[in-house]
Design a protein around this ligand. Structure first.
Ligand SMILES: [Zn+2]
Length: 128
């Protein structure tokens, strides 16, 4: 059975967690993304359509929020403990921010799509 919950309820927690892992929020059986940030048109396992999502800027907003909370304390702690030369800091922090942003943006988008699907927002209203 590909739909563990068939009474119309959609479990928010499992949908968000599946989206975070890049899996179909509905069934968890197939990949949510065809390309880096482009969800598949529909899930090959359960048939759920993903074109109705409207994640928009929310994933990027979440990534910026998370990066601030990760990088600022790290930057302060590093500068209190060590005294890195300015050229190193100017390479290290933007580089680290870029790498972390690239690592976090797809899981963030998956989670947002999972959230919208579970709450039947936007194109996920009604039907399946
Ligand atoms: Zn699916």
């Amino acid at each position: 059975m590909t739909h563990p919950i068939s009474n119309g309820e959609r479990d928010l927690r499992s949908a968000v967690l599946r989206g975070l892992r890049g899996r179909c929020p509905s069934c968890g059986q197939a990949a949510l993304f065809g390309r880096f940030l482009k969800p598949v048109d529909h899930c090959p396992a359960c048939g759920q359509r993903w074109s109705g999502h409207q994640a928009d800027d929310m994933p990027a907003y979440l990534v910026v929020l998370a990066l601030g909370h990760i990088l600022v304390p790290l930057l302060v702690a590093t500068n209190m403990r060590f005294d890195p030369p300015m050229w190193l800091e100017m390479l290290m922090w933007p580089g680290l921010a870029l790498i972390l942003a690239l690592l976090l943006i797809q899981p963030a988008k998956g989670a947002v799509i999972g959230f919208q699907w579970a709450r039947r927002m936007h194109g996920f209203a009604g039907g399946r």
